[in-house]
Unconditional design. Structure first.
Lengths: 116, 113
């Protein structure tokens, strides 16, 4: 009963380094999302995908790229990490179906990223 | 634009006290409303939801009623336990300009034994 799995759980990067965060879901959900969580700011949407091969920008997309080559996976890339990208990153998925806006999000346990 | 405002924390209560966490929203469409809970080191998980006006969502003793006239979705519990200590997020989902979910800033709850 895995649900949404994120790897890695923790990572420390130096400024300018790159990395990819992986999200995998086994619920056959169409929609997937990447959020970042910062103290006092709730969750802010970085990018999202409404299906395999599609991606769209969210509220704070700058400095990030994403890909959804397979329905079950959603990758978040940082090409050149900056200290402002120090945050906890959450992946989520949902299956809107007919009751689209009533469908809840299912979250992974997060990746804590520190950029020094 | 669409937004969610919830009371700032932290909220500190003694066990068996009554809990209210206020949440108000602004939405251009007709949103669904949610409360999510986040325990330490974990992701958010759905606590309850309501999809239309006057609906009451409930789960694990928590309740919230969708009040369209006051654009509110306050979370309540009659008797909190130490195990309820967590961060609570109010959220809305709308389909205007694409499907999206917007979260409040979160309210941290501490319950003392």
């Amino acid at each position: 009963n895995a649900g949404v799995t994120q790897t890695p759980k923790f990572r420390v990067l130096k400024t300018g380094q790159s990395m990819t965060l992986l999200c995998a879901q086994d619920m056959n959900h169409e929609y997937m999302y990447w959020y970042r969580q910062d103290p006092g700011m709730g969750l802010r949407l970085i990018h999202y995908s409404v299906g395999e091969g599609t991606t769209a920008k969210g509220e704070v997309p700058d400095g990030y790229n994403v890909s959804r080559l397979k329905k079950q996976n959603f990758l978040l890339g940082l090409e050149s990490a900056a200290p402002s990208q120090t945050s906890v990153y959450f992946c989520a998925s949902s299956y809107p179906g007919q009751g689209a806006i009533g469908s809840p999000l299912h979250f992974g346990n997060g990746t804590r990223l520190t950029v020094t | 634009g669409d937004s969610v405002t919830q009371m700032e924390g932290p909220v500190t209560l003694s066990e068996e006290a009554f809990l209210t966490i206020n949440c108000t929203y602004t939405a251009t469409g007709y949103p669904s409303l949610f409360w999510y809970v986040q325990y330490p080191g974990e992701g958010l998980q759905l606590l309850l939801k309501a999809t239309k006006a006057d609906d009451k969502g409930s789960n694990k003793g928590f309740e919230a009623t969708y009040r369209k006239e006051t654009t509110s979705f306050h979370l309540e519990k009659g008797s909190v336990q130490v195990s309820d200590s967590a961060v609570y997020f109010c959220a809305l989902s709308v389909i205007t300009g694409g499907f999206k979910t917007i979260f409040g800033a979160g309210t941290r709850l501490f319950v003392k034994a």
